[in-house]
Design a protein around this ligand. Structure first.
Ligand code: FMN
Length: 307
């Protein structure tokens, strides 16, 4: 399928794997790129040296384009921004802010810049700043979220900008893909479904928790702190939400979440760790290779879009 996004990125299918902190390692990113989508390494809060190693490993595993997600709150963001240029990364997605200060450097290096946005205002700002496309991410997503739904946000962003829009949040199969195209998106970004891919290196307990999840199993922590995060409900979220209700301070809440994503992803502690996943977890039923996931999404979507 050809869209402006497949042309822009030089990929076969308009499917992007979200750059997920701790989860989106070179193994996952290169598998998605080899399957014809765009794999993305998630820099999360990792140091610049780790990001460089990941990029170099991915280059050995694929000759297809892949990208890196830079969380702008990363303490080494300035350094990572330079590593992306030095390593000639093709695509950068950015989260948690405005990448304006890196834009000139990245554009001069020929890097395609795709900020993740949760509002029309930010999408317009990014377009004015030179972004090549935007990911419009709805509140159904796993991880850090905004407040608008994918269903309402995507068409409003499509109407507001002329650069291509990539839909994210709640899309986990061909039906979601087709719906996103109907809303005017030219690609989708999926996170939760790729967490359980065979090539994903996250702990099996994490994958099993997503596979067992029902429609109502995700919860949003951090509303009171201004940093809402969607995760699967467990002992940690119950405790967190109880404290939030009681008006706990940021410090009191932070001890529950500090290192909690690592605890779940690496140690497999799905009771006290942060099992970030979206509302689409209920749609994710089995482990498959990235190639199988992409084929499944595209086959269903093509049938729906052609009928
Ligand atoms: C475990 C996890 C970690 C994530 N970490 C990041 C991140 O570091 N940066 C980012 O921009 N998005 C992050 N996301 C969001 C994804 O990139 C993607 O946009 C989102 O998962 C799409 O929604 P879905 O989960 O419904 O597919 C994360 C999502 C998950 C599930």
């Amino acid at each position: 399928m050809k869209t402006r996004v497949t042309e822009l990125l030089g990929i076969e299918y308009p499917i992007i794997q979200g750059g997920m902190a701790w989860v989106a390692t070179h193994e996952l990113a290169s598998a998605v790129s080899n399957a014809g989508g765009l794999g993305i390494i998630g820099a999360g809060g990792a140091p610049a040296s780790w990001v460089r190693e990941q990029i170099q490993a991915a280059k050995k595993e694929t000759d297809k384009p892949f990208g890196v997600n830079l969380m702008l709150m990363n303490p080494e963001a300035d350094e990572i921004a330079k590593v992306l240029v030095e390593e000639k990364v093709k695509v950068v997605t950015t989260g948690a802010g405005n990448p304006a200060k890196y834009m000139d450097m990245w554009k001069a290096a020929g890097i395609k810049v795709i900020p993740v946005v949760a509002s029309v205002a930010l999408a317009k700002l990014m377009e004015r700043g030179g972004a090549d496309a935007v990911v419009a991410e709805g509140t159904e997503s796993g991880g850090h979220i905004g407040s608008q739904t994918t269903m309402t946000l995507v068409p409003q962003v499509v109407d507001a900008v002329s650069i291509p829009v990539i839909a994210a949040g709640g899309i986990a199969d061909g039906r979601g893909f087709a719906a996103a195209m109907m809303l005017g998106a030219e690609a989708v970004q999926m996170g939760t479904r790729f967490v359980v891919a065979e090539e994903s290196t996250v702990h099996e307990n994490y994958k099993d928790r997503i596979i067992k999840a029902k429609d109502i199993d995700s919860e949003v922590t951090g509303m009171s702190t201004g940093h809402p995060i969607r995760v699967i409900r467990n002992k940690m979220t119950r405790e967190y939400l109880k404290l939030e209700k009681e008006g706990a301070t940021l410090d009191e809440l932070e001890h529950l979440t500090l290192g909690a994503l690592r605890k779940a992803v690496v140690e497999g502690d799905v009771m006290y760790g942060s099992v970030m996943a979206g509302q689409s977890a209920g749609l994710v039923k089995k482990k498959e290779t990235c190639a199988e996931i992409i084929a499944d999404v595209m086959n269903t979507a093509q049938k729906l879009l052609n009928r």
